[in-house]
Design a protein around this ligand. Structure first.
Ligand SMILES: Cc1ncc(COP(=O)(O)O)c(C=O)c1O
Length: 326
């Protein structure tokens, strides 16, 4: 393949089997992290920027602005750099430092908001900041991934279509929920083209997306402190919440046993698959989505001290924990 632009390099047909999670069935993990932006959000970024272009606003005079926990910011920074557009990414202290550095390296302005909102997260504070910038700067335009239907539409036409195209028949689809753009798009495509597929939404415990009580969250990518506008539960068959500790444990086991260094949201989704295994009939075809890989989480999920501070039981005997802290 010879691409014109970096954001055209989006393979949508890469899967790896993780059958051990559901004995007797086939489990296909769709790998979304093998593009130049390293995550599923490159498809979202391409769609959001195209949507902004279609509003008729002047480019490059327009400054795009977006609230992002990391991956969308990296992807947007890549697309905007390639197109010569100005971009401001509004993020918070949960974003990993590597993502922030990537955004900056790609020429974006990065603003870190460290004031918590009423739900204990940062999302509402980030949005308040964006609204203030829009009032001050007439050329600023908010892409608004939480409300913009361009995101789900991209995943309906690309990610959902690719799932059915590659696997043909699938009994279950486990998909993580952040803004719910990926989830909504895939669910819509599956409803229309594979109606028997059971769509399982996976979120992290402590997220308010599906109405649960807010609590401290440690896994970036999944979960919100404010319900996303694009969410529509009618496309979903089941909603599962996974504690952060289970996600981290899954990530670390797959890294050590399969050489698969996956991101925290993938660990969350795969923990949900494993927890559901007892209810999945033998011979089923299960698809799960992996939004990104683990390199951006070396200082968190794969760092023994970080894990020991949050879930000491995951590190086993105290001697190991002491070694980690030493
Ligand atoms: C690592 C990771 N996983 C999952 C998601 C969730 O994707 P969506 O916002 O489409 O729900 C994101 C979104 O940023 C992410 O960065």
């Amino acid at each position: 393949m010879i691409a014109e632009e970096v954001y055209d390099l989006i393979p949508d047909d890469l899967f790896i089997r993780v059958d051990q999670l559901v004995p007797g069935s086939s489990v296909f993990l769709k790998l979304e992290g093998l593009n130049p932006a390293g995550s599923v959000k490159l498809k979202t970024a391409v769609a959001l920027v195209a949507d902004a272009e279609n509003t008729g606003r002047p480019f490059p005079a327009t400054r795009l602005i977006e609230s992002t926990s990391g991956n969308l910011g990296v992807a947007l920074a890549m697309v905007c750099a390639a197109k010569g557009y100005a971009l401001t990414c509004v993020t918070d202290p949960n974003a990993n430092s590597r993502s922030v550095r990537l955004m900056e390296a790609l020429g974006a302005e990065v603003v870190v908001i460290d004031v918590r909102d009423g739900n204990g997260g940062y999302l509402q504070s980030r949005i308040n900041y964006i609204r203030a910038r829009l009032r001050r700067e007439p050329h600023a335009y908010w892409l608004n991934q939480y409300a913009n239907p361009a995101g789900p539409r991209a995943h309906r036409e690309r990610t959902g279509r690719a799932l059915v195209g590659a696997l043909g028949h699938l009994d279950y689809a486990f998909i993580g929920a952040g803004t719910t753009g990926t989830l909504m798009g895939c669910a819509e495509f599956l409803r229309a083209h594979s109606p028997a597929t059971r769509v399982v939404a996976v979120d992290t415990l402590g997220s308010v997306t599906f109405g649960g009580p807010p609590a401290r969250r440690h896994i970036p990518g999944l979960g919100t402190s404010r319900r996303p506008e694009i969410l529509d539960e009618k496309h979903l068959d089941e909603i599962v919440l996974v504690p952060g500790a289970e996600a981290v444990e899954m990530c670390r086991v797959l890294a050590e046993e399969r050489g698969l260094l996956l991101g925290g949201s993938t660990g969350t989704v795969l923990a949900a698959v494993q927890n559901a295994a007892k209810d999945i009939p033998e011979g089923s075809v299960v698809a799960a989505l992996s939004p990104d890989f683990g390199e951006r989480y070396l200082d968190t999920i794969y760092d023994d001290v970080w894990v020991a501070e949050r879930w000491p039981h995951l590190l086993g005997p105290e001697t190991e924990l002491d070694q980690a802290r030493a």
